[in-house]
Design a protein. Sequence first.
Length: 453
Amino acid sequence: MIPAEQVLAELKEMRAHDLPTHGGRTMAYVYDSGLAGLDELGAAAHALASSANGLDPTAFPSLLRMENEVVATAAKLLNGGFGQVTSGGTESCMLAVLAARKARPDIEHPSIVIPVTAHAAFHKAAHYFNIRTIAVPVTDGFVADPEAMRAAIDDTTVLVVASAPSYAHGVIDPVEEIAAAAADRGVRCHVDACIGGWVLPYFAQLGVRFKPFDFTVAGVTSISVDLHKYAYCPKGTSVLLHADASLRRSQYFASAEWPGYTMLNSTMQSTRSGGPIAAAWAVLRHVGEDGYLELASKTLAAVRELRAGIEQIDGLRILGDPASTLFSIASPDIDLFGLADQMRTRGWFVQPQFAFQNSPANLHLTVTAANRGNEQLFLSDLRDSASAAVPAEISVDALKGLDAATLTSDQFDTLLSAVDMSKGMAAVNTLLAAAPADLRERLLIEFLGRMYS
Ligand SMILES: Cc1ncc(COP(=O)(O)O)c(C=O)c1O
């Protein structure tokens, strides 16, 4: 056997090459509270329960109790709901779609109505469950257009979606109008508060004004909120809440069609590690409402300082009027993919987002409590990066003749050999940005296949 210390040393060495998950320098993917000891608490709680199996709550009553307590905390924050802990935002959104679809077996070819800014998790749900997606264009401010959504609802609609806020632009959709349009047609309405659900209620307590999005809004039938985002829990936990327990039933699965153990699942997983549930329970219990209010206050201060600073940098602008903790930065003349690489060399990760309908290419920032105190450092590096940004040395002619339906491995290899990723990601992003959506999806899937052995 290889000694445990050696294995851990190897793991640490590998992790040293990842993006940092602390300090606020990675402004997507990770959420850092900046609180000393919080990760250690989550990890210790995870270790205490990771071998327990949530598959059978009668066998592991501790997990049942912790899950009920976590869900109750979420329900208190969002003014209602009966729910489940899931593995993440995508699973919560997919389960909301599944529950809505299963509740309407009478509809042969079901569809969901979403704003184009809804998270891609809804496209994934549609892909997995063979449901059509009706994606409705948004306003110039990137918020959902409730009248256009109302018009898109028809007899095949099983679910209407709104975001609070959307990931891409951080804006909150008009949930009251969208939920009313859904209710008028007897259709469920899901509010995707995966990223905002644990911070917006605290922002409201701090005096920030925005339109309501929770269960106080008539017609809202489910809400997703991720614990591994602004509840600062270890990765692997989200909550899906339904307005009442009867709406949740169609999300559950039981099978008596085999000779094995009793198969009864509340989520997509069957065996469910107790680790993430225990970790989330411990973090929520430790931080508490006063702790989350304090974290939200730091985050709000960072958001305000960053926004004001970005708006003063020549050539950069913020898209829409973000109400939460996320920004997207666009520019008419600066090469944003080059800018992202420049930021990377200065130790920051900002996330490129491609142009889509009325949304131009932009850089996404997720602001967390850990950004408080380093705003000016970020802004000065952003200013320098904007001056230094140059377009990647690549011609989009490399895409000529490539077709999503017929792309061969050889063609993909030729394309891949044209980019030198050691120089940064700008060349890759420039090519992907120039590819039509179907080709881009195909290229990404080819690339994924090359990465995994
Ligand atoms: C609004 C929204 N919905 C869904 C998701 C998907 O969450 P996850 O990455 O946890 O699956 C995200 C992730 O950022 C999100 O911001």
